[in-house]
Design a protein around this ligand. Structure first.
Ligand code: FES
Length: 65
């Protein structure tokens, strides 16, 4: 059961875990937005997304060949 507190992007109802899980499968923030739709509507989650990428940005592309 997901708690509301885990939601990072309310427009697309995406949790932090969903976004973190998607990062290794894309190469950039642009691709992350295209794939998950995170932060593509009101941009109110942009600061939280930036904070998350400070922690997890090193994972970009790590699941890709
Ligand atoms: S909360 Fe993420 S785009 Fe609106």
């Amino acid at each position: 059961m997901q708690e509301d507190a885990d939601i990072l992007c309310y427009c697309e109802w995406l949790t932090r875990d969903e976004i973190i899980a998607a990062i290794p499968h894309v190469r950039s923030l642009k691709e992350l937005r295209e794939t998950t739709r995170v932060c593509t509507t009101c941009f109110g989650c942009e600061g939280d997304l930036d904070d998350l990428l400070v922690q997890y940005g090193h994972l970009f592309g790590t699941a890709l060949a």
